[in-house]
Design a protein around this ligand. Structure first.
Ligand code: CP
Ligand code: NVA
Length: 334
């Protein structure tokens, strides 16, 4: 059964937290659903300000230390966390865990008890989502999900920052995701729901997003007034959309299924014909890396409606806002 998300709890029992004065000091970010609408809106507002006025935040995290343990490959997430931390005055330490998963050499609890003595924040990219939630449970410093098999919250926050830049308030916005109901899809659904945007997911049978995440997103959407729609028909999903988002059909960790998946996902490709089904002002989005001419054609990825490199840039600005808030410097700077 889906657990009650933070936003549902917030609206059921309004607390001082539900004010524009948002504080996330000391908190973890394992899932988008850890945030209330107010907290997410506050983070996005800070992200826009950080992007506009970077020099105002130049030393906000002076001497703070961040460690990043990554079990999977990364270009964007690694470099945007490192550049974000470095340009806020702190330092980023990278630990390559691609050869030995976290918890293999010593327990997660022991890693947490060591690392919290040296650093102020822990960033994890893992296979098992539980590695992140367990680390969050053991560590006294904030833990951030930089992608797990279940979610990719930092990606989704930057993506909705990108949409806000283009479209302003996203209440009633028609966001469409086509393809695998994967980690990125999960975080996008939750983020859309929190911001009151409608979210349609068009995915093949057996590749829909997980039922408990859908239930969580729908519980939030009931409060914010949006709709979460799941369908199998990619044409119906893309028709009239304000944004079309796709991701690889085979995520990291599922490579052994690549041959089986390729033909199943073919009808879900975003190309010039399917992009033309969207609203004339619609944008094309992808978290990257893309498998060119598989889930999206070059013509769309490199075309005038594509905002994929704005998304990539905004990873850095959004993560600056996240780091500032989790380390208690968000309010001071706003
Ligand atoms: N979008 C994203 O997370 O990219 P990386 O896997 O390169 O970090
Ligand atoms: N769904 C993809 C996203 C990569 C950024 C994966 O998990 O491999």
């Amino acid at each position: 059964m889906a657990t009650k998300s933070a936003v549902v709890q917030e609206l059921e029992s309004p607390s001082p937290e539900a004010t524009p004065d948002v504080s996330l000091a000391g908190r973890d970010l394992c899932s988008v659903a850890d945030l209330t609408t107010t907290e997410l809106a506050g983070m996005l507002a800070l992200a826009h300000d950080v992007k506009t006025n970077p020099s105002a935040y130049r030393w906000a995290l002076d001497a703070k230390q961040m460690v990043m343990f990554f079990e999977k490959a990364s270009l964007r997430t690694r470099l945007t966390f490192q550049t974000a931390m470095n340009t806020l005055g702190g330092s980023a330490l990278f630990v390559d865990q691609t050869q030995s998963p976290l918890g293999e050499r010593e327990s997660l609890a022991d890693i947490a008890r060591n690392v919290e003595r040296w650093v102020q924040i822990i960033v994890l990219r893992t296979y098992a989502h539980e590695t992140i939630t367990e680390m969050a449970q053991y560590a006294s410093v904030p833990v951030v999900n930089a992608l797990s098999d279940l979610e990719h919250p930092c990606q989704a926050i930057a993506d909705f920052m990108t949409l806000e830049e283009r479209f302003g308030n996203l209440r009633g916005f028609n966001f469409t995701y086509v393809g695998d109901g994967n980690n990125v899809c999960h975080s996008l659904m939750l983020t859309a729901a929190l911001l009151g945007a409608h979210c349609t997911v068009g995915s093949p049978k057996n590749y829909a997003p997980k039922a408990d995440i859908v239930a969580q997103a729908r519980a939030i959407a009931n409060v914010t007034g949006s709709n979460i729609t799941l369908i199998n028909d990619p044409i119906a999903a893309m028709t009239g959309a304000d944004a079309i988002y796709t991701d690889v059909c085979t995520s990291m960790g599922f490579e052994h299924e690549a041959m089986k998946r390729a033909p199943i996902f073919k009808p879900y490709q975003v190309n010039e014909t399917t992009m033309a089904l969207a609203a004339p002002s619609a944008v094309f989005m992808h978290c990257l890396p893309a498998h060119r001419n598989a889930e999206v054609t070059d013509a769309v990825l490199d075309g005038p409606q594509s905002v994929v490199f704005d998304q990539a840039e905004n990873r850095m600005h959004a993560q600056k806002a996240l780091l500032l808030m989790l380390l208690g410097k968000g309010q001071k700077c706003l």
